[in-house]
Design a protein around this ligand. Structure first.
Ligand code: ARG
Length: 261
């Protein structure tokens, strides 16, 4: 995770961002701190990247890299505003037990668009990550990749419309079907017959930008319908307030890089 010390909405690179609207930086830091404390209370080890002035989106570390079984593919941001983050993240990974980060040739916004089910890498495109990056990820990470096209600009990263509830060969996901092309919806329906389909209200608060450890699901507090559905399936929903971070188009998952190392 990366503390939102320099967090602000200074530019608009997704429809959630309005540089004219106020952001409460102190509240953003508080919400982020609660998220961090939540992970630690659940027994997860959290390591921190030092934020840099002038990079207000650096809190969204999900976009930093993709690490699976000792192989790490770095990030290449689509927007110039975020481009310098890539090397800070690469340096951090190198200094923290993940050397040999491979710099991508194609635009690749990492776990924002590359979601590991434990078995296959679900790969989004349409707004940020280049479809060519999907093939590159398959080659560098040595895993099967399934490409999914996103069609609603509010759900510009795959992790704003889909997350993995339980990883493994019989992974279970939750997603918002209308965020995907017809072909992608068809594919997801066949691959994940027991998926949880979220509704428009759950999606619109970035409720799908959630983090699950297979039992506890940390998700935006407004996603009450989704939380109820998850509880009914035996998961423990853990609502968090991310109102300020959402002003940049982010939620719990965006603030979290999961190293599947
Ligand atoms: N403002 C950031 C951007 O548009 C938000 C990134 C959210 N990250 C994510 N993994 N969805 O790039």
């Amino acid at each position: 995770m990366c503390p939102p010390r320099y967090f602000a909405v200074e530019y608009a690179i997704n429809p959630w961002m309005d540089p004219g609207a106020p952001v409460d930086a102190e509240l953003a830091m508080h919400q982020w701190s609660v998220l961090r404390a939540t992970y630690e209370r659940l027994g997860h080890r959290v390591r921190l990247v030092e934020p840099r002035p002038g990079l207000p989106d650096m809190v969204f570390v999900a976009n930093a890299a993709t690490a699976i079984d000792g192989r790490v593919l770095g990030a290449r941001f689509r927007n110039a505003e975020r481009a310098p983050e890539a090397e800070h993240f690469r340096d951090w990974l190198g200094a923290n037990g993940h050397p040999g980060v491979r710099p991508p040739a194609a635009v690749n916004e990492a776990e924002g668009d590359l979601v590991w089910t434990g078995d296959v890498l679900l790969a989004g495109s349409g707004f940020r990550t280049d479809p060519r990056a999907h093939r590159e990820a398959a080659a560098v990470l040595g895993v099967p990749v399934v490409s999914l096209e996103l069609v609603d600009e509010r759900y510009y990263h795959l992790d704003t419309a889909l997350f993995v509830l339980t990883r493994g060969p019989r992974a279970r996901i939750a997603y918002y079907p209308p965020a995907f092309s017809a072909a992608a919806q068809d594919l997801l329906g066949r691959m994940f017959p027991d998926a949880v389909a979220a509704d428009a209200a759950d999606a619109a608060c970035l409720g799908l930008n959630a983090v699950s450890d297979g039992k506890h699901v940390v998700l935006p507090a407004e996603a009450t319908g989704l939380a109820e559905a998850l509880a009914g399936l035996g998961y423990e929903p853990i609502p968090v307030d991310v109102s300020e971070l959402r002003k940049a188009g982010g939620g719990p998952k965006c603030c979290t890089l999961e190293l599947h190392a």
